[in-house]
Design a protein around this ligand. Structure first.
Ligand code: NAD
Length: 359
């Protein structure tokens, strides 16, 4: 089992260090190799996804990824910005299927800004298409300035596009996932306005014919955004395009208490995957040792299950995370109002506690 460890920028290094600590504590036979990605790679090599980093990613069974980005790179031409590294990895490795489970742990019900009865027991799975849509449409904009900004420009544009095969393969992923859950899929689009969305909806309906045991319904993205906070538990598997999925999954993260709790997996057709927390590099708290490492640790568990065939080890991590939450340990993002039996811990202490709970 070969794992590429790409920690990236900001809190990326802090949270990935904890996930690596947890993986090592499992005492499995695995090889881990690190490389620079994002802003730190740009600083060192002049590119956010240097050839050596891409080669390591391609040669590995799985990639454990932290986060990339910092406002200080905003002035760079877009192709050199840290965020291009993650888009490049998705494209180069064909990572088209993004899984974002949003689970509300019983102990964190009060950390969410929503009423406890709305989110207690929440367990939904957002499946986001990851290599099409407006983020990959051409042309990507009318470049009138070299620094990535458009001073004085009258117009800028991006193109939203999807092809039938791209929609078909993510539809199969969603229906297959639903078969292992409650057999319901909600497809989210904007077909009342967008042609891309009409194709999306038509193809979803066609593919659904092959899954007579699955119930498919459709929802417009604006309504889905509302329903996710009004009645989140009525969803089970949600499948949607790249941009809508980007926004809805961040919204869903708050149902779980904090974006620091939400893991993700991005898989290609041969189950090679990139595993990362759903959040970014959080430059506002980087270096303070307070970031929540649990989303990254839970991403490592998804990696063991999906790409490395180690479902038992994945369960051990997930149980350990539940155990530390039950013990009352909280990083500041999930501390809420605190109270009796609740202890505020640092990034490092949270990682240590998960390792201790593994035993
Ligand atoms: P962000 O997710 O980094 O942060 C949003 C808020 O959540 C911040 O207040 C932050 O402190 C908090 N937060 C995030 N993760 C946390 C954690 N583990 N523990 C505690 N608090 C946490 O989003 P942003 O501020 O909009 O973006 C910052 C940078 O990250 C930008 O450069 C952006 O492009 C980049 N980004 C990268 C990725 C990625 O690497 N896949 C994803 C999203 C954003």
């Amino acid at each position: 089992m070969k794992i590429a460890v790409l920690a990236g920028d900001g809190i990326g290094t802090e949270i990935v260090a904890e996930a690596v600590k947890v993986l090592l504590a499992l005492d499995l036979k695995m090889e881990m190799e690190s490389a620079l990605v994002g802003g730190v790679a740009y600083d060192a090599f002049g590119h956010p996804l240097p050839p050596a980093t891409l080669a390591l990613a391609k040669a590995s069974d799985a990639i454990l990824f932290g986060a990339v980005g910092d406002w200080k790179y905003d002035k760079l031409e877009r192709q050199f910005r840290p965020e291009q590294a993650i888009l490049g990895l998705r494209k180069e490795l064909g990572l088209f299927a993004n899984f974002r489970p949003a689970i509300c742990y019983e102990e964190l019900v009060d950390a969410s800004s929503l009423k406890p009865e709305l989110i207690a027991g929440l367990d939904i799975l957002i499946i986001r298409e990851l290599t099409g849509d407006i983020y990959f449409g051409q042309p990507r904009g009318r470049r009138v300035a070299t620094d990535g900004h458009f001073p004085g420009a009258e117009e800028a544009f991006d193109t939203m596009r999807y092809s039938r095969p791209e929609i078909e393969r993510i539809a199969h992923v969603a229906f297959d996932a639903a078969r292992k859950r409650s057999k319901r899929v909600t497809s989210v689009d904007k077909n009342n306005v967008l042609e891309t969305s009409q194709l999306w909806k038509d193809v979803m309906i066609e593919v659904a014919q092959q899954y007579p045991d699955i119930t498919l319904d459709h929802m417009l993205v604006d309504n889905a955004a509302m329903q996710l906070v009004k009645e989140p538990k009525k969803f089970d598997v949600v499948v949607t395009g790249n941009m809508f999925g980007d926004i809805l999954s961040d919204e869903a993260s708050m149902l779980t208490g904090s974006i620091g709790m939400l893991p993700s997996a991005s898989l290609n057709a041969s189950n090679q995957g990139l595993y990362e927390p759903s959040h970014g590099s959080a430059p506002d708290i980087a270096g303070k040792g307070i970031a929540n490492p649990l989303a990254t640790i839970l991403s490592a568990a998804m990696m063991l299950r999906f790409s490395l065939g180690q479902a038992d080890a994945a369960l051990r991590i997930e149980h350990a995370v539940k155990a530390v939450l039950a013990k009352g340990l909280r990083t500041s993002d999930i501390y809420g109002k605190g109270g009796a039996g609740i202890t505020k811990v640092s990034t490092l202490e949270m990682g240590d506690a998960v390792v201790a709970a593994l035993a």
